[in-house]
Design a protein around this ligand. Structure first.
Ligand SMILES: [Zn+2]
Length: 345
């Protein structure tokens, strides 16, 4: 039997799997590292729908949940059995790879956890947060979301939101525009001094969902040196809610984003979230997505190696595969995160 080819570096731009058994699964499957979206602007695990909605439309509890989630991730990393490296600067990426640890970039899906206080952004940076996805699917104190795109008042970032982007640039934090409104994304791209991430999205031309991007938006991301993590969730791959996507559907998404934006803009944003019996029922009820599914053959990180033969079969070259799986995100991390010589705080 021919020796199995080693996998290239694999980074996920968007993932929610935060338990020790999840990290073990990632490592066993060959995942190099990921942005772990620790909390979301709506309380996904809320025990009742009412509490979820209160968090979705309000601003209570996000700071507390954020602090607890960061502390839990740091505790997991303290346990050497978990083989985790919290990424505070670019040197941590290299040392994770050398030591066979999973590189964890701590992040958040939505910025409600910093309230309207830039000092809280600095606090979270000192604790280890290196990424904020400015919005989830609703407006917040930073800016407007995809839900606001048709409103006549096409507001983008708030004045506070502009300050947040500037401070994130200064500190070395990854600005993620996934779920933000087109107006907010345009404003971020005009303001940022660093490449920007869209951690989970895809082509809206192929799948007309608000978190996907039209071709001119994909080109704007490419002009910025940014990366789009292509989503594996069926509804975003296909644009419909009642079918499960298959690997050829995902290949069409990857091919389209590359054709429009060029090779350097494509990454992986699987957004794995299911697989925890304690959490799944609340998540599905709270988000009203009882049938949500991921692409057949890529339903968890355990199956990630399946993407390599699929890309090969679709005609992607070895270099293209390396860039898509991890090379492009690695470049963005190195461009944005604090340099190794800077104070790790
Ligand atoms: Zn997510």
């Amino acid at each position: 039997m021919p020796a199995k080819k080693p996998l290239p570096a694999i980074y996920f731009a968007h993932d929610h799997m935060d338990r020790p058994e999840d990290f073990a699964r990632d490592l066993n499957a060959g995942v190099t590292g990921k942005i772990l979206h620790l909390v979301v602007d709506g309380w996904l695990a809320a025990p009742t729908r009412d509490l979820f909605e209160a968090s979705y439309y309000g601003y209570e509890g996000h700071l507390e949940r954020g602090l607890i989630a960061v502390s839990q991730a740091l505790s997991h990393a303290d346990n050497p059995d978990n083989r985790l490296q919290i990424v505070r600067n670019v040197d941590d990426l290299a040392s994770a790879e050398t030591n066979g640890k999973l590189a964890l970039i701590l992040g958040t899906e939505g910025g409600k956890l910093i309230k309207e206080d830039i000092a809280l952004l600095d606090v979270f940076f000192r604790l280890g947060l290196r990424h904020i996805e400015l919005n989830w699917a609703m407006r917040n104190q930073i800016g407007s979301s995809q839900a606001n795109e048709d409103e006549p008042d096409q507001s983008g970032l708030t004045p506070f939101g502009r300050t947040v982007v500037q401070r994130m640039n200064e500190l070395g934090m990854i600005v993620d525009v996934s779920h933000s409104s087109p107006a907010a994304i345009k404003e971020v791209l005009g303001l940022t001094t660093k490449p920007v991430l869209n951690s989970h999205g895809g082509s809206r031309e192929l799948a007309n969902k608000g978190s996907n991007q039209w071709d001119d938006q994909i080109r704007d991301m490419a002009d910025n040196g940014g990366v789009i993590g292509v989503h594996f969730c069926s509804r975003l791959v296909l644009g419909v809610n009642d079918r499960q996507s298959e690997i050829p559907d995902l290949m069409r998404q990857i091919r389209h984003v590359m054709n429009v934006g060029g090779l350097d803009v494509v990454g992986l944003g699987p957004d794995f979230i299911l697989g925890d019996d304690g959490r799944d029922p609340n998540y599905k009820r709270n988000t009203n997505q009882p049938q949500i599914s991921w692409t057949v053959g890529l339903e968890s990180s355990a199956e990630i190696a399946n993407i390599v033969p699929a890309l090969e079969k679709d005609g992607f070259s070895t270099t293209e595969i390396e860039m898509i799986l991890g090379g492009n995100l690695s470049r963005l991390f190195n461009d944005v995160l604090p340099s190794g010589s800077s104070r790790s705080m």
